[in-house]
Design a protein around this ligand. Structure first.
Ligand code: SF4
Ligand code: SF4
Length: 438
């Protein structure tokens, strides 16, 4: 049977074999922990601790600054060493709290909570904010804001993004195989806020074990289904998922809620479960540490704030000279120039590549083959948009819907001339967004 999907897209090598069968291992950091105040979209968190103070695991060390913001919690016990700017994955120095780990992992007492079913919907959403939960798939949008829609009755579909379509990544896959009941409980908690909605675990057909574990775990839940999608990149993009699951299309100026949908990533749903069932704040996440340059690629459950450089040692060090490091997947991840930056709430992977395909390629002239147009999931004209971006033609770029680009990288991937299409389009989009031109 043909599985649901979207138009366009590509089939890159999955390269998930490195870590697919590697169960999640706990990682205990050795060095200092660094907590940037910007790990989410919205107001930066505000430090509430000073150098010299002792902190406990799970303690609030920075408060949310307003509604579109979340607090930050210590992921270990130890002593605050400094509150100062530190380098982050983005390449920018960001105000951060630095904690010396005492290796005791002494926990702050968990808040006494009523059973989650006895809480009012507003109280549930407030607990999610207090737990510091954000979209852990990469966007970092505060989860409580996404859940607090104006009219909950208009939400008809809650989608759990189980597609993990980026090559190499297996952190979500391992969660689905190892802890499917967390996902079912988390989705149940979200559905309790939207009485007319059904829940969908949207998953690619290549993830057979995860499909089976989710089907078994959710079998008795009459408001949930496991929807099997075609394995194709970028299946996990919010717009593509909504289209594949409901047939509804949204554009860059719409929210999923405008199409009656809410979409959450696997780790985020697990964090909601931990927060509402046990009062646990978000202090750790699963990170796939992978790539050909490593001796022993693994999936680790990592305390937030751990340095990426430690994870290289934990994965056995390098087997060959690394040429490129990426935080996240190879298609949409961020290249790292310094590994001494912390794992944050949105860090899904550390990829260590033994060759850099992009840096080594010399772009040629367009041969007008049309492959980029065929691959584009938004049905854009990537070759034309890249030309416009390179010549700073802002108005025509916008007229040709350049702002609808997902920056998914599919056009660059298929281009036989090796043109850096996504790079040019991304640069133009970002400069227009800074100018407030959508
Ligand atoms: S133009 Fe944008 S959305 Fe289309 S394939 Fe390229 S990067 Fe993806
Ligand atoms: S894929 Fe590359 S060569 Fe082909 S039309 Fe697009 S830009 Fe030109």
């Amino acid at each position: 049977m043909a599985h649901s999907t979207f138009k366009g897209g590509i089939h890159p090598h999955k390269r998930k074999r490195f870590t697919r069968e590697k169960p999640i291992q706990e990682y205990y950091p050795r060095g200092e922990l660094v907590y940037p105040m910007v790990q989410h979209i919205g107001g930066p968190a505000v430090p509430v601790v000073k150098a010299g103070e002792r902190v406990l695991k799970g303690q609030v060390i920075a408060r949310a600054d307003g509604y579109i913001s979340v607090p930050v919690h210590a992921s270990v016990s130890g002593t605050v060493k400094a509150v100062e700017p530190r380098m982050t994955v983005s390449g920018n120095a960001v105000m951060s709290i630095v904690v010396d780990n005492d290796n005791q992992y002494e926990r702050a007492p968990l808040e006494q909570m009523k059973p989650w079913q006895d809480l009012e919907p507003g109280e549930r959403i407030m607990k999610i904010q207090k737990a510091g939960i954000v979209g852990m798939g990469g966007a970092g949008f505060p989860t409580h804001v996404k859940l607090a829609v104006k009219n909950p009755k208009k939400i008809r579909t809650v989608i759990v993004n189980c597609s993990e379509c980026e090559p190499y990544l297996t952190s979500d896959y391992r969660r689905m195989v190892e802890n499917p009941e967390w996902l079912v409980m988390g989705l149940k908690m979200i559905l309790s806020l939207f009485e007319r909605a059904v829940g969908i675990f949207a998953i690619e057909d290549s993830k057979r074990d995860a499909i089976t574990s989710l089907q078994l775990a959710s079998g008795k839940e009459n408001r949930m289904e496991v929807k099997v999608l075609e394995t194709k990149y970028p299946q996990g993009s919010e717009r593509m998922l909504i289209y594949a699951c409901t047939g509804k299309e949204i554009n860059s100026s719409m929210l999923p809620a405008d199409a009656g949908c809410i979409v959450h990533n696997v780790d985020t749903v697990c964090a909601i479960y931990q927060a509402l069932a046990f009062g646990k704040p978000l202090t750790e996440r699963v990170v796939t540490v992978t790539g050909k340059a490593l001796v022993n690629p693994c999936n680790f459950n990592v305390p937030i704030g751990t340095s990426f450089s430690e994870l290289i040692d934990a994965a056995g060090g390098f087997s060959k000279e690394p040429k490129k490091f990426v935080s996240g997947g190879p298609m949409m991840g961020i290249s790292l120039f310094d590994l001494n930056v912390p794992v944050v709430k949105t860090s899904s992977a550390l990829l260590c590549m033994s060759k850099d395909d992009v840096a080594g390629s010399v772009p040629g002239s367009c041969i007008r083959c049309g492959s980029c147009v065929e691959a584009c999931p938004e049905q854009l004209l990537p070759a034309k948009l890249a030309d416009l971006a390179e010549h700073f033609q802002e108005d025509t770029f916008r007229e040709l819907y350049g702002m609808e680009c997902l920056e998914c990288g599919s056009c660059s991937f298929v281009c036989p001339a090796r043109r850096h299409l996504t790079q040019s389009i991304r640069a133009m989009r970002r400069s227009l967004l800074v100018k407030g031109k959508r």
